[in-house]
Design a protein around this ligand. Structure first.
Ligand code: ZN
Length: 233
């Protein structure tokens, strides 16, 4: 789960803080700050973006239009999460905690990492279950949209890695190398954490992937752009 920096309340042209009277008014600002990706599953959501209330509206009416309670979510994560959590307690959220190191990917699955410390693992599992991150089929017994997109992105990342490794030995200068890195990173279409895992041995590619998208909390990654294993930022 890509940790994000939402930043301060966006400003009006005159320098005052924006006040949203309906939460839908924050959508463009959120897209600018976070990129058009689901804050939970990391799927690209150009046309299907929902404003997600970290603490659900009915549990915290006073936070309904509060910038610091907003994230972006895909339809699946938003509907599944619904109003199940009554607060932030017992979960981890990508706008406050470092959620970069909790989950791992394989060709068909995303799962909670085995080797987490027990209290962290418990939080990671509850958050994972809150949006059913590894759901295979939806309520209509159709393939979960997120799983389909994730599998496609997995294949795309494996292909990008293969191309990268084929072209790397042919590179003769720094400029060509940077071009190859950018080209490779530009093929990443969301599911950033999965791409970071797949490109684990190539820090420059990871750097470009993480920096290509607005809002990544880059402070949650170490000097080799691997996730830091510490929940607090
Ligand atoms: Zn999602």
């Amino acid at each position: 789960m890509r940790p994000v920096n939402r930043g301060d309340v966006p400003k009006n042209k005159d320098g005052t803080n924006k006040v949203y009277t309906r939460y839908g008014q924050a959508k463009d600002d959120l897209k600018n700050v976070l990129g058009t990706y689901c804050s939970y599953c990391e799927m690209g959501i150009e046309n299907q973006v929902d404003i997600e209330h970290v603490i659900p509206k009915n549990h915290a009416p006073s936070l309904e239009n509060d910038w610091n309670n907003f994230l972006l979510a895909c339809k699946s994560c938003n509907i599944i999460k619904s109003d199940k959590n009554t607060s932030r307690i017992g979960y981890v959220f990508p706008d406050i905690e470092n959620t970069s190191f909790l989950y791992e990917y394989s060709i068909n699955d995303v799962k909670v990492k085995d080797n987490l410390e027990s209290t962290i693992k418990e939080l990671a599992i509850k958050t994972f279950d809150l949006v059913k991150l590894n759901r295979k089929v939806d309520n209509s017994n159709m393939t979960d949209d997120r799983k389909l997109a994730r599998n496609n992105s997995w294949n795309k990342a494996q292909e990008a890695l293969k191309d990268f490794l084929e072209l790397l030995p042919l590179i003769s200068n720094d400029e060509q190398k940077q071009n190859l890195i950018n080209l490779t990173a530009n093929t990443c279409n969301g599911f950033f954490s999965m791409w970071i895992q797949i490109f684990k041995d190539y820090p420059e590619v990871k750097k470009a992937i993480l920096e290509n998208v607005n809002g990544t909390a880059i402070q949650c990654y170490d000097e080799n752009f691997n996730p830091k294993e510490d929940l607090t930022r």
